[in-house]
Design a protein around this ligand. Structure first.
Ligand SMILES: Cc1cc2nc3c(=O)[nH]c(=O)nc-3n(C[C@H](O)[C@H](O)[C@H](O)COP(=O)(O)OP(=O)(O)OC[C@H]3O[C@@H](n4cnc5c(N)ncnc54)[C@H](O)[C@@H]3O)c2cc1C
Length: 321
């Protein structure tokens, strides 16, 4: 590695709603933030055409446009946005210590504070028809996209708590929800199973897997295979929801920061503080509960305020009570 070292006040990793909101606040607080966008500039919302639930857009907005506007807002106050990916980190244990982050295996950035907003990636089944129809009726977020299928028939795949939660959410909006569970039972908690079973418009199909999502431009149906008998049948639907889990983008923080057993970063109390002083986490990377743009943006704001307060304590400790 030809190592070039740069020393800065605030480094932001990730360019989704959390990262850009952190950048807006950090830049306005004169922390001179530098952001590395990662491999998906703009984050998850760049993969969706309609965002109808972010406050302030009465007509809705398409995801890529919203993210360009957030970038412009962050740059207006002086955020430097760079293309690049953090490939390893060496965080200090000391209050006031310097954190080292390697970018693209080539350059080291030394930062007094780091805001991690690297998000989480929805898992998909990986079959070609599902990938082809992403944005054409295939979605990994029922809370985000369920509304577009109001009064229609949809299907959801997954057997955990999130799938059960999302199936119940869809049942309130849609005419019928077919829930496909790969095993002969659900992994969801008993309470969630009870909720799903109590909703008359949810049809549960066990030992069932998706053979193919049907439709050319948009979802028109599903071919389902029974993994015990090999029997196949088709159902007509307009929306297909995948709820088989998310993977937080935290591999490079293993051994550096506290995580839960599924890899989400743990933040402390009502703050964005991680297990290392001066390192903060915001957005989906630390939130497996809500995973929405507005909640990500909210915690991005919190992370910048936490970073500003942390820097104030190390720069003028005697003034802090
Ligand atoms: C199809 C779809 C539709 C959705 N629709 C809606 C909706 O309508 N309304 C809503 O509120 N929410 C919606 N969501 C959820 C919403 O997109 C997320 O909750 C939100 O984007 C999370 O923001 P974030 O900033 O935490 O992370 P993300 O948006 O996931 O961004 C993560 C960022 O981190 C970067 N990154 C990752 N690893 C690294 C690294 N090592 N170094 C540097 N950068 C890195 C990535 O490149 C990316 O820029 C949708 C999600 C999907 C998938």
């Amino acid at each position: 590695m030809s190592e070039k070292i740069e020393r800065i006040k605030t480094l932001i990793l990730g360019s989704g709603p959390a990262g850009y909101t952190a950048a807006i606040y950090a830049a306005r607080a004169d922390l001179k933030p530098i952001m590395y966008t990662g491999m998906e500039p703009g984050g998850q919302l760049t993969t969706t055409t309609e965002v109808d639930n972010f406050p302030g857009y009465p007509e809705g907005i398409d995801g890529p446009t919203m993210m360009v506007q957030l970038q412009q807002q962050a740059e207006r106050f002086g955020t430097e946005v760079r293309i690049g990916m953090a490939t390893s980190v060496d965080f200090s244990d000391e209050i006031g210590g310097i954190h080292k982050v390697t970018i693209d295996d080539a350059k080291v950035v030394e930062a007094e504070t780091v805001i991690i907003s690297t998000g989480a990636t929805a898992k998909y089944l990986g079959i070609p028809s599902e990938q082809r129809l992403r944005g054409g009726g295939v979605s990994a977020c029922a809370v985000c996209d369920g509304f577009f299928y109001k009064g229609q028939d949809v299907a959801i795949v997954g057997g955990g708590d999130t799938a059960a939660e999302e199936a119940s959410y869809l049942a309130n909006i849609c005419r019928k929800v077919t829930m496909l569970v790969r095993k002969d039972h659900m992994r969801a908690s008993k309470a969630m199973q009870h909720r799903v079973n109590s909703l008359e418009n949810i049809e549960l199909r066990y030992n069932s897997e998706v053979d193919e999502v049907l439709g050319e431009q948009v979802v028109e149906g599903l071919r389902i295979v029974n993994n015990q008998t090999g029997e196949k049948d088709e159902i007509a639907i307009t929306g297909f929801f995948v709820a088989i889990g998310h993977k937080p983008n935290t591999d490079i923080f293993v051994g550096q920061l506290e995580m839960d057993d599924t890899g989400y970063l743990i933040t402390h109390g009502k703050s964005t503080k991680t297990s290392k002083p001066g390192v903060f986490a915001s957005g989906d990377v630390q939130d497996k509960e809500y995973r929405q743009a507005v909640t990500a943006a909210g915690t991005g704001c919190m992370a910048a305020l936490d970073a500003e307060r942390y820097l104030a304590t190390i720069e003028a400790p005697e003034e802090v009570s």
